[in-house]
Design a protein around this ligand. Sequence first.
Ligand code: NAD
Length: 317
Amino acid sequence: MKNILVIGSTGQIGSELTMKLRREVPGSTVVAGYIPGAEPKGELLESGPSAIADVRDSAGLSAIVDTYKIDTIYNLAALLSAVAEKKPLLAWDIQMNGLLNILEIAREKGCAVFTPSSIGSFGPETPRMGTPQDTIQRPRSMYGVTKVATELLSDYYFHRYGVDTRSVRFPGLISYTTLPGGGTTDYAVEVFYAAVKGEKFTCPIAPGTYMDMMYMPDALNAAVLLMQADPTRLRHRNSFNIASMSFEPEMLFAKIREYIPTLEVRYEVDPVRQAIATSWPDRMDDRCAREEWGWKPQYNLDSMTRDMITHLKEKLL
Ligand code: NAD
């Protein structure tokens, strides 16, 4: 990785991944790709080049790859699960036609490509506990359909054309820098904001609903480590299960109350998000990622909660 394009650089993951790559990959140029209406600001804008990069505009992407001699593309453009259910055709356009544009450019110009999959690539028939790396994937949401197709298309370009595609199935991601963009696991971020601000939290996910979750620093490490991994060790490509913690809402609220005892919660379950959440795994088995490229998370529920509260107090109070 030397010259890197991050598409969707102003989103929850992109805003932090772009900065991490600029800090940690020696001699790299990291271009922050964005779409009009979601422009980079502050440090993200000032610390390196940025360019309009709409995945539906193949000529525009191709020009950026030529201008900056891009060798690696992080493709983070997507409509997340709850938004994709409201706009399924747009989700298909961005996630599938957009991906095809990127893979074609990668094939022509020799770029490596990372396009994340998700716990959303699984469905109601998937084994819930210890979800295996290779298992049944029959999601019923448009988000999930595009994620399975992303995995398959990315593998196709690797096997058929030798394009260096690699990716992970991210769990719900928890971070304090940028708010999430409309996913099923957003509650696990939003409750921290409510707790720190002293506001009552309304939870859209029912008690007892377990989902895999991860603190952002671990997710970012996975995205960088996998793209730097020795390709001869990779038996899988798209996409690796990665896991660090799994909890249901009451477990998270109890943990936050150890630090902020005044947190008040009421439930108003959103049927769309709840149906998606119920169909997702409770806990993925990530042994393949550990064995093939050394994946190892640093944070658990307690250390993540402490760190989130510390940083959000600095940010909000
Ligand atoms: P986000 O919604 O915060 O950001 C998505 C980004 O895509 C935004 O910057 C948006 O401006 C950009 N975008 C939208 N349409 C675009 C287009 N046509 N062309 C180019 N860019 C476009 O999402 P995120 O949480 O940062 O997620 C990034 C990736 O990680 C997605 O593929 C998502 O499915 C996956 N993922 C995220 C999570 C999570 O919890 N955040 C979990 C699993 C997987």
